[in-house]
Design a binder for this molecule. Structure first.
Ligand code: CUA
Length: 165
């Protein structure tokens, strides 16, 4: 009779919805599995971390290790620490026509690192080492301002870069 028919239609509608929901769940599971595999297959992100509270005591960024260092292969590494409101060292000297790797980090808050009129530009985040590889072709003097607001002294936070032949 009519009531049985109604119950039958309702049951059919319900099982259709159950199938739709099941399909959505399967799709999401498949997506999750795919994304996991996708990311697992990617090369590891080269993130270097460092403890900002012990920068001055031990490791790569102790004061005596800052500035320009000549590597055995003739390349140059420049290490800089930023804190409110200065860079250490205050003046960076680098040679022209030499591969330069800048390695820098922040001791307190997020700072910006840029060398005026060059493409050198990165963020310095406490806990992380930022890397920038470049090569300077022209000798000259450049300002190296902090370009990320870091507090009341931000506007006066800058260093100098001297590129020499
Ligand atoms: Cu450091 Cu702005």
């Amino acid at each position: 009779d009519i009531h049985d028919h109604g119950a039958h239609v309702a049951a059919a509608a319900e099982s259709r919805w159950a199938m739709v929901v099941g399909a959505i769940i399967l799709f999401l599971l498949a997506m999750t599995a795919y994304m996991s595999l996708h990311w697992a297959a990617m090369p590891p992100v080269r993130t270097e971390t460092i403890d900002p509270s012990t920068l001055h005591i031990a490791g790569e960024f102790v004061e005596g290790n800052l500035g320009t260092a000549l590597e055995p292969d003739g390349a140059v590494t420049v290490r800089v620490v930023a804190n409110q409101y200065s860079f250490t060292p205050q003046c960076v000297v680098v040679p022209t026509d030499t591969p330069v790797t800048i390695r820098a980090t922040a001791a307190d808050v997020v700072h910006g690192f840029s060398i005026a009129t060059t493409n050198v530009n990165m963020m310095l985040v406490p806990g992380y080492i930022s890397n920038f590889r470049t090569r300077f072709t022209e000798p000259g003097e450049h300002l190296m301002p902090c370009h990320e607001y870091c507090g009341t002294g931000h506007a006066s936070m800058w260093a100098h870069v001297q590129i020499i032949d």
